[in-house]
Design a protein around this ligand. Structure first.
Ligand SMILES: Cc1cc2nc3c(=O)[nH]c(=O)nc-3n(C[C@H](O)[C@H](O)[C@H](O)COP(=O)(O)O)c2cc1C
Length: 354
């Protein structure tokens, strides 16, 4: 057990910011203890807990934890990691003085920002209207392997490595909630200036898929003929692509939307702005692929709309400001995909490291 007066060490802060829940212990004037699970955010000097709108029987300021803090500001908060592999167990225990920060105070606004940054659920809750509990650490103790990765549940890296492109699907419907989860992952992609320069379209109706397949097929036919491909090869490839679109239960079309981006007087910077938007659309697509995999869905990526964006916009009667870029197919794989491509070793990709 390691104790440090007053401040959290960088390792303790790093551990706390990864934890989604902690337990807050308070006591009334007579010393009767009370403990509740809490969502919290932390800076290196303080821990903040919102008085939020999760279903509760009493208004936030009548909560037992709040009444206790008013009577007795001495509190403890513990955040811990449990794993069946006990070499990964760890906790940080903070003891200190709790205060109620009232709305309007500078620290209150900063605390609300931290809490909203950590929990997206707070974005739509008026937590700024309630006091925020702050805890100033007076004694901090920690134990265990604070820096260990979470290994008791699938990690992001598991999804990154496990995901693969799927091109043939079972005729099985995808629940709308799963599609929503995939779109939600796209929404959280990083983007230039945070402007989210993309819009998504979800296509499930056979008639719409048919229209899209016909439009993109015409463009591809012209390109394959231009490339000098034999007519029977052209027809075979077109039919394969058409079937792929029609047989996928769900199509998600990612379109670039540049209207909210910055404008520059010079073409160079304008081009970079557009490139950033395209990079960010790729990040949204990857978020969606990973979320699909995480939810037990399979997915594939088709670049076809990129070659005929205007035609796709017209065929689907979209806003002409949208630029269709990437098409994701979603569904359940009709068996393991036959073409699993390996990856170059990292040494081939890493050109510099010091
Ligand atoms: C920008 C982009 C465009 C792609 N376009 C297509 C496509 O049109 N058709 C296709 O079958 N796969 C397409 N893919 C999927 C790649 O072929 C696939 O990701 C790659 O072969 C690696 O295989 P994996 O995804 O199974 O790991 C595309 C991928 C990216 C990133």
């Amino acid at each position: 057990m390691k104790a440090a007066p007053e401040t959290l060490s960088p390792e303790q802060v790093a551990f706390l910011v990864r934890q989604r829940v902690a337990r807050l212990a308070t006591a009334d004037a007579a010393g009767a203890p009370h403990a509740v699970p809490v969502c919290f955010a932390c800076s290196k000097d303080a821990i903040y807990i919102a008085l939020d709108e999760k279903p509760k029987h009493v208004p936030p300021t009548r909560l037992k934890r709040v009444r206790n803090i008013i009577e007795n500001s001495s509190v403890a908060l513990v955040a811990d990691r449990y794993a069946e592999d006990w070499s990964l167990l760890a906790f940080v225990l903070v003891r200190g003085r709790a205060d109620l920060l009232e709305p309007g105070a500078g620290e209150h606004a900063a605390a609300v920002r931290l809490l909203r940054g950590k929990y997206h659920q707070y974005e739509t809750m008026p937590i700024e209207e309630n006091p925020v509990i702050s805890i100033r650490p007076e004694r901090v103790a920690s134990w265990g392997t604070l820096e260990a990765p979470r290994t008791d549940e699938p990690t992001v890296l598991d999804a990154v490595r496990g995901r693969r492109s799927v091109r043939r699907y079972l005729p099985r419907e995808v629940a709308p909630e799963l599609v929503d989860a995939v779109l939600e992952a796209g929404r959280w992609a990083p983007s230039p200036h945070g402007r989210q320069p993309w819009r998504f379209a979800v296509i499930t109706r056979g008639e719409t898929k048919e229209r899209l397949a016909r439009t993109m097929g015409e463009e591809w036919r012209a390109n394959l003929v231009m490339d000098g491909q034999a007519p029977e090869v052209v027809e075979r490839r077109l039919e394969g692509s058409r079937r792929r679109l029609l047989d996928a239960p769900v199509l998600v079309l990612l379109c670039l939307y540049l209207e909210d981006l910055d404008t520059y007087p010079d073409a160079g910077r304008q081009q970079s702005e557009t490139t950033m938007a395209v990079q960010s659309l790729g990040a949204a697509a990857q978020n969606m692929l990973l979320a699909a995999y995480d939810r037990g869905l399979d997915a594939g990526w088709m670049c076809a709309p990129l070659f005929c964006p205007e035609e796709v916009v017209e065929a689907l009667s979209f806003d002409p400001k949208l630029v269709p870029h990437a098409l994701l197919t979603l569904g359940y794989a009709d068996g393991d995909p036959p073409r699993r491509r390996g990856r170059r070793p990292l040494e081939d990709l890493l050109v510099y490291r010091d």
